[in-house]
Design a binder for this molecule. Structure first.
Ligand code: ATP
Ligand code: MG
Length: 761
């Protein structure tokens, strides 16, 4: 089972995997740990990653990059329209109104939904992981910005499906960083001590995110997150590009912005210059040969000038820092460390702004580029049954407050309640009780749209079906479970009706007596809201104690312990007065792709998959066959030596040797038949035997033959040997004989327990 973490960046993607030796960031076919988020489509082929990036300037209109912000948005969305101006390729309105791209691929003008584009990128990242792990990859954890709304998250999940990935969690980028930081810390305060508060800051190419987290032993709790979704390294590049465009207009009389190719080259050079200025404060040259109209251009810039140019961008560093401290209700002195990641935090002036605000040195101990992917891989290991990781609970938060609205039979006609406030712990489930006689609709939406970087407040509409009056004409009691799930996505997860049972002779019993304590004073449809935290941060231990609270619709909280609730439930069951029936829910989510459409994207993507599988099989089959052949030869040599009365083997049991001989003869016929059949096939036909089967056969051979033919010769014990043997048994490997001792691959912070188990220290 694969354990993979993917940092799906705007500019750069990283993949980390968990192996028995610990977490490792893996390299692609160019030995590069960074894979650019770039896809270049051609008349016959497509390139993804490094190969695509090298075509940005040559294949301008068909090389797709900078698409992370298009997820889950309509074509008419103002953000899409702003991005559109920046992009050298065309965007297109898809039939469902979403933003897509229009490129020429396989000699045809084709539209691609954004889920297909990211699906292609994720499929490439999956392939890189498969090549590194030498096994199929499906389970993974993918990062998203903490400010992503439901529609954006659902769109990334659909892209994962297109790529054939099983995304166990969409993880907020700063939370992944917090996990990568906290899980290795040995000295976290114990649960009854004051937590250690750490601020995490990530400024990438397209966005700036801040979070503050509280750590105790085995536990991380996000307290608040803030962000500027429109501030990142690219804004600093743009400031330089604008400056040089203006300068070149007067100096060389050229309008760079009219020439996409020249503009892209200028962007590339400005990014390089920006990075150089992070390391060097003196004047640095900018030279581009044959820039436009066969013209060579040149200029220069130094850090002081650059910081002046970017003053308005630098002024945007502080507000999210201030806001995060206010939301978490913390003072500077409550913060023990400030950890920065993301490429753009390497800009000295950005670092200065952060230091100036906290009046404290910032820490750069985390790997600025790889921390997100590593955190995702750790989360994947925690979620995967294939790995044993030390218990570590992660509680994230809901970034925007979520309201529910429904129609009532009362005068004003609508009821409303906030089901999740901003910074509410997540994942989380709540149960709300309604009193209704007929099916009803719940509309979910974001409360404060000005806080949400998305133009539409609607999340979705959920119709609770099959609701009827009780047999006595009374309202039915409908319990609706709402949830923000592990991906940070809101849903109405289930609904049930509590049906009164009419038993003869029961008339004197008060029906629903056990639920009476829930009754609200107000005669409204919404009776009480009862809250159950159903999903803790640690998914493997469902038996964990979970807190409960009850909130009436006026917002007042009353505590209810799990045992109170259990008592009431027991009473209900004893009296046998009611039963719970599940109700169907019809969900209509905003900007949700239909499964049919996703399936068609999957079909289109997978199209190339068999070709790729055949290629990999063809590349790796010879070695696997060779290994098996060698093993067979080796065992045959031992059998031959045994038959020739070689004294090294005279202790072997003849009956067992016979079994080995039979096993080897079968293995040889298997190998020959497979090789003969395979040799008759062309490269375009599916292989008759998979590499994994051959490797499996080799292992079977080892397991069966080795214990027999390599059985140690019994020793004739003499006093001296006995003493020696005793000494050996008191040594460090006591209890582990040769073949059973597994290699113990370690990195500085982890050690293996046994294969497939990882324990993080
Ligand atoms: P996002 O987090 O917005 O999705 P990303 O994860 O792809 O984007 P990163 O890889 O974290 O982004 O950072 C890339 C940005 O960091 C680019 O703008 C790059 O130019 C910038 N960057 C990298 N190194 C330096 C440096 N030494 N000095 C200044 N900027 C740098
Ligand atoms: Mg990033």
């Amino acid at each position: 089972m694969s354990v993979v973490g993917i940092d799906l960046g705007f500019l750069n993607c990283y993949i980390a995997v968990a192996r028995s030796g610990g977490i490792e960031t893996i390299a692609n076919e160019y030995s590069d740990r960074c894979t650019p988020a770039c896809i270049s489509l051609g008349s016959r082929t497509r390139a993804i990653g490094n190969a695509a990036k090298s075509q940005i300037v040559t294949n301008v209109r068909n090389t797709i990059h900078g698409f992370k912000k298009l997820h889950g948005r309509s074509f008419d969305d103002p953000i899409v329209q702003t991005e559109r101006i920046r992009l050298p390729y065309e965007l297109q309105k898809m039939p469902n109104g979403s933003a897509g791209v229009k490129v020429r691929y396989l000699e045809e003008e084709r539209p691609f939904a954004i889920e297909q584009v990211t699906g292609m990128l994720l499929a490439k990242l999956k392939e890189i992981a498969e090549n590194a792990l030498k096994k199929p990859v499906a389970d993974c954890v993918i990062s998203v910005p903490s400010f992503f709304t439901d529609a954006e998250r659902r769109s990334v999940l659909a892209a994962a499906q297109v790529a054939g990935l099983n995304c166990l969690r969409l993880m907020n980028e700063t939370t992944a960083v917090a996990l990568a930081y906290g899980i290795y810390k040995q000295d976290l305060p114990s649960l009854d001590e004051k937590p250690r508060n750490v601020v995490f800051i990530d400024m990438g190419h397209s966005a700036y995110q801040v979070s503050v987290c509280a750590f105790n032993k085995g536990k991380l709790k996000v307290l608040a997150t803030t962000f500027d979704p429109y501030l990142g390294g690219r804004n600093f590049d743009e400031a330089l590009v604008d400056y040089f465009c203006d300068e070149f207009k007067t100096k060389y009389k050229i309008n760079v912005k009219e020439n996409s190719r020249a503009l892209l080259r200028l962007y590339q050079e400005c990014e390089k210059l920006k990075k150089l200025m992070s390391a060097n404060a003196s004047d640095l040259p900018l030279n581009i040969e044959c820039f436009m109209n066969d013209l060579d251009v040149s200029s220069k810039m130094n850090r002081a000038q650059y910081e002046q140019l970017c003053a308005s961008l630098l002024a945007r560093v502080e507000p999210p820092l201030k806001a995060v401290m206010e939301q978490a209700n913390l003072q500077r002195e409550d913060i023990s460390s400030i950890e920065i990641v993301g490429g753009a935090t390497r800009i000295p002036a950005v670092k200065e702004q952060i230091t100036k605000f906290f009046l404290k040195d910032i820490s750069t101990t985390l790997n600025a580029d790889e921390a997100v992917a590593r955190g995702c891989a750790l989360q994947c290991a925690i979620l995967s049954p294939a790995f044993k990781v030390r218990e570590f609970s992660i509680t994230d938060i809901v970034p925007y407050s979520v309201m529910l609205r429904w129609r009532t039979s009362f005068e004003d006609g609508t009821g409303e309640c906030e089901v999740f406030c901003k910074n509410h712990p997540s994942p989380f489930s709540k149960v709300i009780t309604f009193h209704k006689k007929e099916p009803f609709e719940l509309e979910a939406f974001y409360t404060n749209l000005h806080e949400v970087p998305y133009p539409d407040p609607r999340i979705g509409t959920f119709t609770i079906q099959n609701v009827f009056p009780q047999s006595d004409g009374d309202n039915s009691k409908v319990k609706v479970k709402v949830r923000v799930n592990i991906h940070g996505v809101f849903s109405v997860a289930s609904a049930s009706v509590i049906e009164k049972q009419n038993f003869e002779g029961d008339h004197n019993d008060a029906p629903m007596e056990t639920e009476a304590s829930f009754k609200s004073e107000n005669k409204d449809d919404l009776d009480k809201m009862q809250v159950d935290q159903e999903e803790g941060g640690h998914q493997k231990s469902h038996a964990e104690h979970t807190p409960e609270e009850e909130i009436d619709h006026t917002g007042a909280k009353t505590k209810s312990t799990p045992s109170d609730k259990q008592d009431r439930l027991n009473q209900t069951i004893k009296k046998g007065k009611s039963r719970s029936i599940d109700l169907p829910i019809h969900s209509s989510l905003c900007r949700q792709l239909g499964q049919d459409l996703i399936n068609s994207y999957i079909e289109n993507e997978k199209y190339g998959q068999p070709i790729q599988v055949r290629y990999i099989e063809h590349e790796e089959r010879p070695k696997a066959l060779n290994d098996l052949g060698k093993k067979i030869q080796l065992v045959m040599k031992v059998i031959e030596a045994y038959r020739n009365k070689d004294e090294r083997y005279d202790h072997l049991d003849p009956a067992e040797v016979e079994k080995v001989e039979k096993f080897i003869s079968d293995a040889m016929s298997w190998l020959n038949s497979k090789m003969n059949a395979q040799n008759k096939l062309s490269l375009t036909q599916d292989p008759v035997v998979r590499v994994a089967e051959i490797v499996g056969k080799s292992k079977e051979l080892d397991d069966f033959c080795n214990p027999i033919i390599y059985k140690p010769k019994p020793k004739i014990e003499v006093a001296e040997d006995k003493a020696k043997a005793n000494n050996e048994h008191n040594g460090p490997m006591d209890g582990h004989s040769g073949p059973e001792t597994k290699p113990d691959i370690k990195d500085s912070s982890q050690h293996t327990k046994s294969s497939g188990e990882m324990e993080v220290d």
